[in-house]
Write a protein that binds this ligand. Structure first.
Ligand code: SF4
Length: 217
């Protein structure tokens, strides 16, 4: 963090003291350390993942931003980069991995597919964006986004982390965070949060069908 930013606690510091002591807020130092050690989870879904791999390699090198440690385990990761087409078959696994990540955790939707379905939107086997299932912090447009675009998205995430406050962050709230119900893949993808809606829709269709059959008889 540059000196000017660190020395901005919200009140004036005498010039003769500025190089002797650092006065800052707890939020600022807490967020500064977190934003410079965001560890992404090592997984990719489709073509966007190739760009993510390129971003980690030497030419673009996101270790410059403290993200060099891509973790193969969700239990050691801070950032889930959803890089690629989100098929219905993969959604239960993605939600399960998200639930296994400890707080604080963030999600980046990389590319058109992860953000809204992309070229496959409304296809029989894809979902229209991962944000239908898990909360997304940063969306990156493009098909595929360039490594520069991914870096820009990650810098946006760092700026979001900088703005958080210890008093309001969800992982210190009194209520324990509830895991997201893992969708079930049967003939189609079923989100447990929509069971009641699906049930009432099915019942209304059934009663309509029964009424039609009775009229015909
Ligand atoms: S957004 Fe484009 S490049 Fe990325 S996964 Fe979808 S089709 Fe592939």
């Amino acid at each position: 963090m540059p000196n000017e930013e660190l020395h901005s606690p919200g009140y004036e510091i005498p010039p003769e003291m500025q190089n002797q002591v650092t006065v800052t807020t707890l939020d600022r130092i807490y967020n500064w350390s977190r934003k410079n050690s965001l560890w992404p989870m090592m997984f990719g879904l489709a073509c966007c993942a190739i760009e993510m791999i390129a971003t980690a390699a030497s030419r673009f090198d996101f270790s410059r931003f403290g993200m060099e440690v891509m973790r193969p385990s969700p239990r050691q990761a801070d950032v889930m980069i959803v890089s690629g087409t989100v098929t219905k078959k993969m959604v239960p696994q993605i939600v399960r991995l998200y639930n296994q990540m400890p707080e604080p955790k963030y999600v980046v939707a990389m590319g058109a597919c992860a953000s809204g379905g992309g070229p496959f939107k409304e296809g029989y086997n894809v979902v229209s964006g991962i944000d239908k299932f898990i909360p997304v912090d940063v969306y990156i447009p493009g098909c595929p986004p360039t490594p520069q675009a991914l870096l820009n998205g990650l810098i946006m995430l760092q700026k979001k982390v900088e703005r958080e406050s210890l008093r309001t962050v969800r992982w210190y709230s009194r209520e324990p965070a509830k895991p997201i119900p893992v969708p079930v893949l049967g003939p189609d993808l079923m989100d447990p949060r929509r069971y009641e809606e699906i049930r009432s829709y099915t019942l209304s269709k059934l009663s309509l069908q029964t009424a039609e059959e009775q009229t015909e008889a």
